[in-house]
Design a protein around this ligand. Structure first.
Ligand code: NDP
Length: 484
């Protein structure tokens, strides 16, 4: 049956997640020194549901005074938190992990309402991985001397942590769990458009009995972030976000004693060899670029297909794209949810326009997009080359640029021809090819016959303009310790 006829004769009945039990406040305050407190600024901004345009809640905008208070609370807490028995630290972190698991459904629904991602992803990926990060680093808390034999690892002090909007709770977990497991204290700022699950996490942290001031969560926009970065009493900055802001941060801490880890943008190469299992590879391409609407720093946004199989891969890919369901993030059938913000949708549209103007051949399946909210159909471009803007720049949306190659050396050269170095994927049945590519691709993560697989035990991070430092696994501890 052709896909068109499949589409006309089959459609899924909607399967919306029940939201009756979700309790959200109209207004959220800052979480400082173990309490929710009103911002000194007295200012609040709105968090918008990107699928409907409706206001979900008002969020506090922290100013310099609020950040000062958060840093002072973290500094005070550091004195005792860094000294308590490591196994006591672990108990709190294990408790936070279990509480996230207990409230997993609530977290998943709020993540999808606030950020636009399909409930299937927040339920099966974001929230379980966030809990897993707390479990994993809780396990390390009393074993740091085994992680670094013959050394005396010491915490750094107060960590300022700034996270983006694409994986809000997961990024908070990536930052907070290793930091506090190592005995540091934290001031964390979530992204402006997606603060809600971090604030829900603050509720969990309060309920867990974690000593006051160990974790402080201050909401706000870029200005609040720069107050954290420039605060003289911060010992370490951990940032995930755009390369542009990463460069600003790097410049502003030059000459200070602050340590930093930066996890920035990417333009991942996903490489399909002619000997790959083609149907699995097509699923892998879909997952690599359309997972989380393409709002993924390690997305496989550049596809390289070996010329001999390009025709069949592209036909199968188009067919599969036409069966993707775009729409309500809370519907369990949805594959592609809402674009996180109006601004990001404008950015994506701008890149699609540039792609067409520069001669790219666009394909978008027909989709019934909802009338309200921010939506972009899955999109691919053919007839593009290395110099095209959409091949060079990070789009951060569901837009794939496809090129072909003939030889292994050609594809290595093309894949490495980018300012970024975060991720890549290789699809082949030959182990030797996998080993050659993993050695020669300049990427922090190379997946073989899979893509976008994350695990708390495994380090993640980039080269070149994708930043430096590793999060996850044993490597993630080094970023929060003086190991001497
Ligand atoms: P940003 O880098 O601007 O935002 C990331 C975080 O940094 C947010 O919490 C943001 O706050 C904060 N921030 C912004 N300016 C400053 C500053 N001067 N000092 C300290 N903190 C600051 O990403 P955007 O949200 O603007 O997205 C822009 C582009 O960045 C995307 O299109 C995408 O290409 C890329 N991106 C990459 C990510 C990745 O994981 N690699 C993640 C997110 C974006 P606020 O949200 O309040 O502005």
């Amino acid at each position: 049956m052709s896909n068109t006829s499949q589409k006309s004769s089959w459609s899924y009945a909607s399967a919306p997640e029940n939201t009756d039990h979700i309790v959200l406040k109209e207004q959220y305050d800052l979480f400082i020194n173990g309490e929710f407190i009103k911002p000194d600024s007295k200012k609040y901004f709105k968090s918008i549901n990107p699928a409907t345009g409706e206001v979900i809640a008002s969020i506090s905008e922290a100013n310099k005074k609020d950040v000062d208070f958060a840093v002072a609370s973290a500094r005070k807490a550091f004195a005792s938190w860094s000294k308590i028995e490591p196994k006591e630290r672990a108990k709190y972190i294990f408790r936070i992990a279990r509480m996230i698991q207990e409230r997993a459904k609530e977290f998943a629904i709020i993540e999808s309402i606030d950020g636009g991602k399909p409930i299937r992803e927040s339920r099966d990926v974001d929230i379980p991985l966030a809990a897993s990060h707390f479990f994993y680093y809780a396990g390390w808390a009393d074993k740091l001397e085994y992680a670094f034999p013959n050394k005396t690892p010491k915490p750094l002090g107060v960590a300022g942590q700034i996270i983006p909007w694409n994986f809000p709770l997961l990024m908070a977990a990536w930052k907070i769990a290793p930091a506090i497991a190592c005995g540091n204290t934290v001031v964390l700022k979530p992204a402006e458009t997606t603060s809600l699950t971090a604030l829900k996490l603050a509720e969990v942290i309060k309920e867990s009995g974690l000593p006051k001031g160990v974790v402080n969560i201050v909401t706000g926009a870029g200005k609040t972030g720069s107050e954290i970065v420039n605060h003289p009493d911060i010992d370490k900055i951990a940032f995930t976000g755009s390369t542009q802001v990463g460069k600003l941060i790097q410049n502003s801490i030059v000459g200070t004693q602050k340590k930093s880890t930066l996890e920035l943008g990417g333009k991942g190469a996903n490489i399909i060899f002619e000997d790959a299992a083609i149907d699995q590879a097509v699923e892998g391409i879909i997952n690599a670029i359309f997972f989380n609407q393409g709002h993924v720093c390690c997305a496989g946004s550049r596809l390289f297909v070996q010329e001999s199989v390009a025709g069949s891969v592209i036909d199968k890919l188009k067919d599969r794209m036409s069966s993707l369901i775009v729409g309500d993030p809370l519907d369990k059938n949805t594959d592609i949810g809402a674009i996180n913000s109006k601004e990001q949708l404008e950015t994506i549209k701008k890149y699609i326009k540039v792609g067409k103007e520069e001669g790219g051949e666009i394909y978008q399946p027909t989709c019934n997009l909802p009338s309200k909210g921010n939506w972009c159909p899955p999109t691919l471009f053919l007839n593009v080359s290395q110099s095209h803007t959409i091949v060079q720049e990070e789009i951060f949306g569901p837009v794939l640029a496809i090129q072909t190659f003939r030889t292994i050396d050609e594809v290595i050269e093309k894949a490495n021809n980018t300012p970024f170095g975060l991720s890549a994927g290789v699809w082949t049945e030959k182990g030797a090819k996998i080993f050659k590519l993993t050695q020669e691709l300049n990427a922090g993560v190379v997946w073989a016959n899979t893509y976008n697989k994350f695990d708390s035990t495994s380090p993640f991070g980039g080269y070149k303009e994708s930043g430096f430092g590793r999060e996850g696994g044993l490597h993630g501890l080094i970023s929060y310790l003086n190991v001497e």
